[in-house]
Design a protein around this ligand. Structure first.
Ligand code: G3H
Ligand code: 13P
Ligand code: NA
Ligand code: ZN
Length: 328
């Protein structure tokens, strides 16, 4: 059944678990996410970016998520728009039937220019008014996502600020968070706490506290009724990097956010955990390995099935690690 983000995250807060929010672009990701949720009895957040709409086309994307809901009627599903760059984008997603939208006013309409607090508050407030009148939830974002190790926002083509960021820019201010939530009425708030988008988060194996856990705790204490969201939460599985590189890929040494650190974040109030890169890596590794090992195969269903199996394993692991397994 389709549910709103507010409904799901209120439940997650009550029972102290986190929900992975996986990005969807195609049938294989959709199947992997749903089959894993079915296997673990977990609620689901499926999120679609502007890039996903461009790739699949808005009608295909919408019907794919609706097909997932139809095939798995016992699984609660949030249909969320990831990183909306303007109220117009959010409005179109609401019209398409999404039950949740993200207005990312931390960046401008180009998805990379950092914007000031007043702009962010104004556009986000506008989306909340529109969305709440339709029963749709809203996620806002405050602060600039950036790796505390590298000072970089991550993806060039994803949503991320350009250039090197200062330590303070990369941490959401608890005081500002309280003000932002009061002024906008968002249901969920994406915070900057040391993660960044994409595969290149950390250049060395992360040890100890790679995230600003204290900051997460401080923000949560100031906005107890607003659910915290952690973007850039891929763990960048080393075993998939090895497979990719073993079968012809060339990905340099890189590290993601350890699952144990995410679990620590959940303990202090993180409820929605955005993951895209991990499924991309598993998918690519599975295709490279399958085609290398089966050079005479040419039925795409064969190598695409390998991607579903690979992605499903990761989804199951995250549902279990974040505690959403058993909560559907
Ligand atoms: O935050 C970005 C997500 O990973 C989606 O990426 O814009 O390439 O679809 P995308
Ligand atoms: P990753 O690149 O770490 O998977 O993050 C995805 C994300 O935050 C989507 O909004
Ligand atoms: Na989002
Ligand atoms: Zn994101």
């Amino acid at each position: 059944a389709l549910i709103s983000m507010r409904q799901l995250l209120d439940h997650a807060a009550e029972f102290g678990y986190g929900v992975p929010a996986f990005n969807v672009n195609n049938l294989e990701q959709t199947r992997a996410i749903m089959e894993a949720a079915d296997a673990t009895n977990s609620p689901v957040i499926m999120q679609a970016s502007a890039g996903a709409r461009k790739y699949a086309g808005a009608p295909f994307l919408r019907h794919m998520i609706e097909a997932a809901i139809e095939e798995f009627p016992h699984i609660p599903v949030v249909m969320h728009q990831d990183h909306g760059v303007s109220p117009g984008v959010c409005q179109r997603s609401i019209q398409l039937g999404f039950s949740s939208v993200m207005m990312d006013g931390s960046l401008g309409e180009d998805g990379k220019t950092p914007m000031d607090f007043d702009y962010n508050t104004r556009v986000t407030r506008q989306v909340v008014e529109m969305a709440h009148s339709c029963g749709v939830s809203v996620e806002g974002e405050l602060g600039c996502l950036g790796s505390l190790e590298t000072g970089q926002a991550g993806e060039e083509d994803g949503s991320g600020a350009e250039g090197t960021l200062s330590h303070e820019q990369m941490l959401t201010d608890p005081e500002e968070a309280a003000e932002f939530v009061k002024a906008t009425g968002v249901d969920a708030l994406a915070i900057a706490c040391g993660t960044s988008h994409g595969a290149y988060k950390f250049s060395r194996p992360p040890t100890g506290d790679i995230l600003a856990i204290d900051r997460i705790r401080e923000i949560n204490a100031r906005i107890p009724d607003t659910h915290l969201v952690m973007h850039g939460s891929s763990s960048v599985p080393q075993e998939w990097l090895e497979i990719i590189n073993q079968y012809g890929g060339e990905i340099p040494e890189t590290y993601g956010v350890p699952v144990a650190q995410i679990q620590e974040g959940i303990r202090y109030g993180v409820r929605k955990i955005n993951i895209d890169t991990d499924l991309r890596l598993a998918s690519t590794g599975a295709v490279r390995r399958f085609l290398a090992q089966n050079p005479s195969e040419f039925d795409p269903r064969k190598f695409l099935t390998a991607t579903i199996v690979a992605m499903k394993d990761i989804c199951i692991a995250r549902y279990e690690a974040f505690g959403s397994a058993g909560q559907a």
